[in-house]
Write a protein of this length. Sequence first.
Length: 353
Amino acid sequence: MEREPMRIREGYLVKKGSMFNTWKPMWVVLLEDGVEFYKRKADNSPKGMIPLKGSSIHSPCQDFGKRMFVFKLTAAKQQDHFFQAAYLEERDAWVRDIKKAIHHIDGGQRFARKSTRKSIRLPETINLSALYLSMKDPEKGIKELKLEKDKRVFNHCFTGTCVIDWLVSSSSVRNRREGLLLASSLLSEGYLQPAGDTSKTAAEGLSDTPFLDLSDAYYYFPDSGFFCEGYSSDDDVVLKEEFRGTIVKQGCLLKQGHRRKNWKVRKFVLRDDPAYLHYYDPAGGEEPLGAIHLRGCVVTAVEDMPDTKKRDDDNILFEIITANEIHYYLQAASSTERTEWIKAIQSVARTGK
């Protein structure tokens, strides 16, 4: 029976159309032998597939000056495919894995991730389910805490360092490196869940290991009472809106109108349940002027837009393309703030309801 190709990496990217200069969100899957792209994550059949044998990848790609974080994949038949990531680290992670996959398939080798498994072999007797129950023991297990980070309060969770400490102290592993491997297995099997941007980024494959032995990487048990609260920078009071869900980020941005293409300052509030970016009149008012549905959206940085009067000399723009392909253009106050918004929106788009 022929083995199915390994799924190395997957996620939403913006892909340029092959016939016209249109950019659309696609669910992209990197396999050992090719890159498949789907219109939606839930689709069973891909819209296309790019074989990796004999292909080459180019990054950074400057063919489209107004689009940032683009890379070009040229197939063996010299057909170019252009993809845009949301931010620099995401683009580099895709490029790194595609390069590695091309190198292995051209050399007739199987793809293998860099892993601590090379030097560590866990005992075959380890039962993850039984270990999970021990970790949750009220007396001897991992203590659930209330932790604060980035103006958010994480309830019923614990740090990556606490997990490794417990594994070592309970003699479940022999050292911290072995603990890192076991914790990664617990994470991949769903016995642990990432909470916060640091642990989520690692779990998505953008770090050397899916689990982090860090005091600022937060995790929780899936059947615990975990919940997250946001609070304002003004008075540190927990926000109680009429909407459900946690406020992940809020602040003022410039928004381009759909009809007149004029720009106005709006107050934006990002929530994870439901996954919406609401915007309000900054002068006041409890009712939102509108909302952008983020579930399944793609968000990317852009340098400029055609047929649009430039706002100023420092155009810090980004674009949200919703699942039904509505384009929204927003402008932040700085490149740092733009990156923060992109990462926050991207996280909610993947995990929000």
